[in-house]
Ligand binder design. Structure first.
Ligand code: NAG
Ligand code: NAG
Ligand code: NAG
Length: 544
C-alpha cells in the first residue's frame, strides 16, 4: 500500500514541476521551446538549472521572475522579442554560466548589467540591434565566449572589451565595423578565436594583433581588405587558421606573412592578378591553401610556392590561370591534393611537381594541349579533364592517354639531330679535301715561309740560315701570333715558282727590223732566265 502512494506523490510533484508547454527530461532541466510564452514560466521546479525558452514571444524580463530559479546555470532566451534589459535583471543568478539572448530586439545594454554574473562563461547577444555602452561588460572577467555577431555595430568603444581578460572566443561577424584598433583588443591576451567575418574592414594595420599571442583561428573573410600592411600579422605566433576569403586583395608582397604555426590559409575569392616570387614566404607550417575563385589570377610566377615545405592541399581552381612558371613549385611542396580545374591552362611543365605523388589531381575545364610535352608527365587526374588539342586528340580524356616515353616523345627531334650531324660531317669532309684558298692559319703560313726560304736560299745573294734567330721553324711559327721576321726581308717579288708572263719581243710589221745585240746567243743559252725570248719570235742567226 505504501509504495504506490509514494509513486503517486512523486508523479504529482513531477507534473507540478513541469509546467504545461514545457518538457522536463530531468528534474533540473526545463525545455519550453516554441510555446508562445509571453513571460518566464513561474511554476517550474525551483531547483531548475537549465531553462530553454527559445522561440517564444517573451518581450520583457523581470528580475522577480528570474529570482524564482536561483540555481540557474543555463538560460536560453534565443528568438524572443526582448527589447531592453533593466540593469539588475540578472542580479539574482550567481551560478549562471550560459546566457543566450540571440535573435531578440535588444537596442542597448545597460552599464554593468552582467556584473553579478561572476560565473558566466558564455554570453550570446548575436542577431540583435544592440549598441554597446562603455561599461556594459564590466565584471565578466571569467567570460570565455562572447558573440556580438550580426548587430550592425559600426564601432566598439575603446575600453568596452577591457574587462574580458579571460576571453577565449570573440565573434564580431556580420557587423559594420570599419576598423579594429589594436587598443580595443589589447587586453584580450588569451583569445584563441576571433571572428571578424562580414564587416567593412578595408585594411589590416601594422600591430593590429600584437597582443593576441594565443590566437589560433582568425576569420576576416568577406570584408573589403585590399591591403595587409607590413607587420599587420605580427605576434600571431600560434595562429593555425586564417580565413581571408572574399576580400579585395590584389597583391601579396614578400613580407606579408610571419606566421610560424599557420596550417590553413583561405585566400579564395580575392582579386589577385599574379602570384609573385616569395608571395608565401613566412609560412613554414602551411598545409592547406585555398586560392580558388581568383577570377583575375592569370599567372603564377617563379618560386611562388617554394617556401611552402609542408603544403599538402592546394586549390587554384575556378580562376583565370593561363600560365604557371615551370619553377613555381620547384618540386618543394609535398602536395597530395592539387586542384587546377576551371582555368585556361594549356600546359604543365613535367619537372614542376612530383606528379606521381599527387593522389588527388583535378584538371577539368582547361585548354590542355595534349602533345608529348604535356603527356610526358603521365598526368592521371581524378576528374574527367579532356584535351582541347591537338586536333587529333581533342576531347580525349587526359587520364586515358598513354604517356609519351622520352624517346617516343623526342623521336622526331632525335632523328633530326642525327641527320643534321651527319650532314655536317659530310660537308666538313668535303671542305677538308679542297685546298683552302687565302687561309690565314698559322700552319699554312709556316708552310709558305718554308717554301720562301727554300726558294730564296737558291739565290746566292739571299742566303738564309734556317737556324738564325730571324728564321722561324715551322714549330715556332705555328704558335706565334706574329708574322715571321723574314717576311720583312723578303724581296717584294712574285714567288719564283710562279714566273711572270714572258715579255715578248714584238716586231713591227712594216718598220725597220730591230735586231737584238750580238749577245743574243748567250741570252738564249741561259734557259733559266725568266726573260726568255720565246722561240717563235727568235730571229734566226743565219739572217744576222
Ligand atoms: C523563431 O520563433 C518563431 C515562433 O515564435 C518561429 O516561428 C520561428 O521559426 C523561429 N525562428 C527560428 C529561426 O527558429
Ligand atoms: C572561410 O570562410 C568561408 C565563409 O566566409 C567558408 O566558407 C570557408 O569554409 C572558410 N574557410 C576555411 C578554410 O575555414
Ligand atoms: C575554397 O574556397 C572556395 C571558394 O571560397 C570554397 O567554395 C571552398 O569551400 C573552399 N574550400 C575548402 C575546402 O574550404
Amino acid at each position: 500500500m505504501r509504495l504506490p502512494l509514494i509513486t503517486l506523490l512523486l508523479l504529482c510533484q513531477q507534473l507540478f514541476a513541469c509546467q504545461s508547454g514545457c518538457k522536463c527530461p530531468t528534474r533540473t532541466t526545463a525545455v519550453c521551446k516554441g510555446s508562445s510564452l509571453r513571460s518566464i514560466p513561474i511554476l517550474l521546479d525551483p531547483r531548475t538549472t537549465i531553462l530553454d525558452l527559445s522561440n517564444n514571444r517573451i518581450s520583457r524580463l523581470s528580475a522577480d521572475e528570474l529570482s524564482l530559479y536561483p540555481n540557474l546555470e543555463q538560460l536560453i532566451l534565443k528568438n524572443n522579442s526582448i527589447t531592453h534589459l533593466s540593469a539588475d535583471v540578472f542580479s539574482t543568478l550567481p551560478h549562471l554560466r550560459v546566457l543566450d539572448l540571440s535573435s531578440n530586439s535588444l537596442l542597448s545594454l545597460p552599464n554593468e548589467v552582467f556584473s553579478k554574473l561572476k560565473n558566466l562563461k558564455t554570453l550570446i547577444i548575436s542577431s540583435n540591434d544592440v549598441q554597446l555602452g562603455p561599461e556594459c561588460f564590466s565584471g565578466l572577467s571569467q567570460l570565455h565566449t562572447l558573440s556580438l555577431a550580426d548587430n550592425r555595430l559600426s564601432f566598439l568603444p575603446p575600453s568596452v572589451l577591457k574587462p574580458l581578460s579571460g576571453l577565449k572566443s570573440l565573434d564580431l561577424s556580420a557587423n559594420k565595423l570599419l576598423s579594429m584598433p589594436a587598443s580595443v583588443l589589447s587586453n584580450l591576451g588569451g583569445i584563441e578565436t576571433l571572428k571578424l567575418k562580414q564587416n567593412l574592414l578595408s585594411s589590416l594595420e601594422t600591430g593590429m594583433f600584437v597582443a593576441q599571442k594565443e590566437l589560433k583561428l582568425l576569420d576576416i573573410s568577406e570584408n573589403l581588405i585590399g591591403d595587409i600592411e607590413e607587420g599587420a600579422l605580427y605576434g600571431l605566433e600560434k595562429l593555425e587558421t586564417l580565413n581571408l576569403t572574399n576580400n579585395q586583395l590584389v597583391r601579396l608582397p614578400g613580407n606579408t606573412w610571419s606566421l610560424p604555426s599557420l596550417k590553413c590559409l583561405d585566400l579564395s575569392s580575392n582579386l589577385f592578378v599574379s602570384l609573385e616570387t616569395a608571395s608565401f614566404d613566412g609560412l613554414p607550417s602551411l598545409q592547406y591553401l585555398n586560392i580558388s575563385h581568383s577570377r583575375n589570377l592569370k599567372t603564377i610566377q617563379m618560386a611562388s610556392f617554394v617556401q611552402l615545405s609542408s603544403l599538402h592541399w592546394l586549390s587554384v581552381s575556378s580562376s583565370a590561370l593561363t600560365y604557371i612558371h615551370p619553377s613555381a613549385f620547384n618540386q618543394i611542396p609535398p602536395l597530395s591534393h592539387l586542384d587546377l580545374s576551371n582555368n585556361e591552362l594549356r600546359y604543365l611543365a613535367p619537372g614542376m611537381l612530383q606528379w606521381q605523388n599527387i593522389r588527388n589531381l583535378y584538371l577539368a575545364n582547361n585548354d590542355w594541349q595534349c602533345s608529348c610535352d604535356l603527356r610526358v608527365s603521365n598526368l592521371k587526374p581524378r576528374d574527367d579533364a579532356k584535351c582541347a588539342g591537338p586536333e587529333n586528340l581533342a576531347g580525349a580524356p587526359l587520364n586515358e592517354l598513354n604517356s609519351c616515353t622520352i624517346l617516343g616523345g623526342l623521336l622526331i627531334p632525335f632523328l633530326l639531330v642525327i641527320f643534321i650531324l651527319l650532314l655536317a660531317l659530310v660537308i666538313l669532309a668535303l671542305a677538308c679535301k679542297r685546298p683552302s684558298k687565302g687561309s690565314s692559319s698559322s700552319k699554312n703560313r709556316a708552310f709558305y715561309n718554308d717554301q720562301l726560304i727554300a726558294a730564296l736560299n737558291s739565290h746566292k745573294e739571299y742566303s738564309f740560315d734556317r737556324h738564325s734567330p730571324y728564321t722561324m721553324s715551322s714549330e715556332d711559327s705555328r704558335d706565334s701570333a706574329y708574322e715571321s721576321p723574314t717576311s720583312a726581308l723578303m724581296p717584294r717579288r712574285p714567288p719564283p715558282s710562279c714566273p711572270p708572263p714572258p715579255r715578248l719581243l714584238t716586231l713591227p710589221r712594216d718598220g725597220p727590223m730591230h735586231v737584238p745585240p750580238p749577245m743574243v746567243p748567250t741570252l738564249l743559252r741561259n734557259s733559266n732566265d725568266p726573260y726568255l725570248i720565246p722561240k717563235s719570235s727568235q730571229v734566226p742567226i743565219s739572217r744576222l
